[in-house]
Design a protein around this ligand. Structure first.
Ligand code: FES
Length: 299
């Protein structure tokens, strides 16, 4: 049961947790993830390892509260334990060496870009991160990214920070030679529509583009088939073959469809959670959820 050493609120719905997890930290590599469970019989959620320190035996994860389980996780505080954290899982990020690598991040995709882009910078490549959010308050980990890459470009939809507009618009400008200039490789991590739009922007120029797929996962070992993604007409599993795939080959239509498969159940779980007041009173929420589960409560 890894202990939470630090909790930071990055936005009202985004929390950073530094965990005591020496075995995972010792084996972690950029781009990998963990699967977390917060109660017996509960949902398993994949979360990218945003950072890791093998000397201290710590890993950092970032949680965006988008569903019942992530909201429950968001109520845990420093000093609490997380029931299960399994990992590291997935393949390490593999971006060819040499040239200019642009990481494009939207929302909490910044967390997943951090260790990937830092490693690329440390090996000597020129790196740029284009990070976007609706407003400046929703931009996360900007200090950490600024220290880890050659150039950091911030974009906001409302122009409250940096470039006014979408990350894809700024990427198009860089491809034309503006600012840090044209990339040789692109890595996009964030919401599916953003990654799809990035792949569309780079397709004609044939700039190799990797996207990080985060489908529903159960076992995380390639056994259940839950995380399958169609890539270049082949069935791949995000938990063992990914999470990074060639963005020009991913079947985004199917990926979006599969990610919506349990929307009804997720809504029902959120309603049930609200009815039971499971999130309203902070850190007691997980204990209440555990009690509720033993009575047949929702995930
Ligand atoms: Fe089961 Fe990937 S999570 S095959």
């Amino acid at each position: 049961m890894p202990k939470i050493l630090e909790k930071r609120t990055l936005t009202p719905v985004t929390k950073l947790y530094r965990l005591d997890a020496p075995m995972i930290a010792a084996a972690a590599e950029p781009g990998q993830f963990v699967i977390v469970r917060i109660r017996e019989g509960g949902e398993r959620i994949p979360l990218t390892i945003a950072d890791y320190d093998c000397d201290k035996g710590e890993i950092t994860i970032v949680v965006q509260e988008v569903g019942a389980t992530t909201r429950m996780l968001g109520t845990l505080e420093a000093g609490d334990n997380i029931l299960d954290v399994v990992g590291p899982l997935g393949e390490r990020a593999n971006v060819p060496e040499g040239g200019h690598v642009i990481g494009v991040g939207g929302g909490f995709g910044a967390a997943a870009l951090l260790s990937v882009m830092r490693e690329i910078t440390q090996r000597g490549d020129k790196t740029t991160v284009i990070l976007g959010a609706r407003t400046k308050e929703l931009l996360i980990l900007t200090d950490e990214l600024r220290e880890s890459v050659t150039n950091l470009e911030l974009c906001t939809d409302d122009g409250s920070e940096g470039y006014k507009g979408f990350v894809t618009a700024r990427l198009e400008e860089l491809i034309k030679g503006d600012g840090p200039g044209k990339p040789d490789h692109v890595v996009a991590i964030g919401p599916m529509p953003m990654m799809r739009a990035v792949a569309d922007v780079t397709r004609d120029t044939k700039i190799p583009t990797q996207v990080s797929m985060d489908p529903l996962m159960v076992d995380g070992t390639g056994m259940c088939g839950g995380c399958r993604v169609a890539v270049g007409g082949k069935v791949m599993f995000a938990c063992v073959d990914g999470p990074l795939f060639d963005g020009h080959e991913v079947d985004f239509e199917e990926a979006v469809r599969r990610n919506k498969m349990y929307v009804k159940e997720e809504k029902a779980a959120a309603c049930r959670q609200k009815e039971l007041g499971l999130v309203a009173d902070g850190s007691s929420a997980v204990a209440k959820q555990q009690a509720s589960a033993s009575e047949g409560g929702a995930a």
